[in-house]
Design a protein. Structure first.
Length: 245
């Protein structure tokens, strides 16, 4: 039996980033549900685990092309900055144009394609929620994580309560899951981002942009849920253990 079957989805993607593209292909949630084993995820999605394992082994072998950030080895401050500069920046830049495309589609083809009215409604909610979500991370959670890491680096006892980081982490994870569900609903409404035969250029562009947006969100959430947050919370566990010695 391949070792991949018993590894968590988060472990697989963290070890080799190219596994993410395989999970995206099979709609396997490796970010919000990254703690599941590959075997569990395949069973839940009615997928042949041997087939997915074979594809993972094929796609993750050999040399990686391009420059890849080894997020698992970054300090918490560096990882938080990477998330803001890469993923938050992308989300802020792309949400406005995507919303504009959808508004244009609905104004011209809303009658023939009423599902796009719902897509516009959902993405409008996503935009509003993501703007608030990223602001909370940038102004509250990430600075708190950096503060805890700095105290630890200076060999100072972490006197702040673990809830100082733990409570906002729980809130962010819940918001991640909600955003993921909303985008999954858009995927269903758009038939896996396949535009209808009569779709004009903006229509097709919006679908491509929505799919890229969802893929980026999955990688974005993976970095936070499966790497940044657990490591930040672990600082308080280690500090507690040290105080007992």
């Amino acid at each position: 039996m391949s070792e991949l079957m018993t590894k968590s989805l988060a472990q697989i993607v963290t070890t080799n980033h190219r596994a993410a593209s395989v999970f995206e292909k099979y709609h396997i949630d490796f970010c919000c549900k990254g703690k599941r084993s590959l075997e569990q995820a395949c069973a839940e999605n009615d997928l042949e685990v041997d087939k997915v394992v074979a594809e993972l082994e094929k796609n993750t072998s050999g040399n990686s092309c391009g420059i890849v950030i080894n997020s698992d080895r970054l300090s918490l401050a560096q990882l938080a900055d990477h998330i803001v500069n890469t993923h938050h920046s992308y989300v802020k830049k792309e949400m406005g144009p995507i919303l504009g495309y959808l508004q244009k589609i609905v104004s011209k083809h809303g009658t023939r394609h009423p599902e796009m009215i719902k897509v516009l409604e959902i993405f409008t909610a996503i935009k509003e929620e993501m703007e608030q979500h990223m602001e909370k991370e940038e102004k509250i959670l990430f600075p708190r994580i950096k503060e805890a890491e700095q105290l630890w680096a200076e060999d100072k006892q972490i006197m702040i309560d673990s809830n100082y980081v733990g409570l906002p982490v729980t809130m962010m994870e819940q918001e991640h899951e909600h955003a993921g569900r909303l985008l999954a609903e858009i995927r269903t409404l758009t038939n896996d981002y396949n535009p209808p035969a009569d779709a004009f250029t903006t229509y097709r562009l919006s679908f491509a942009e929505l799919e890229a947006f969802e893929t980026d969100l999955h990688n974005h959430v993976h970095l936070e849920n499966n790497i940044l947050f657990p490591k930040a919370l672990k600082l308080f566990v280690i500090a507690g253990e040290c105080s007992l010695n």
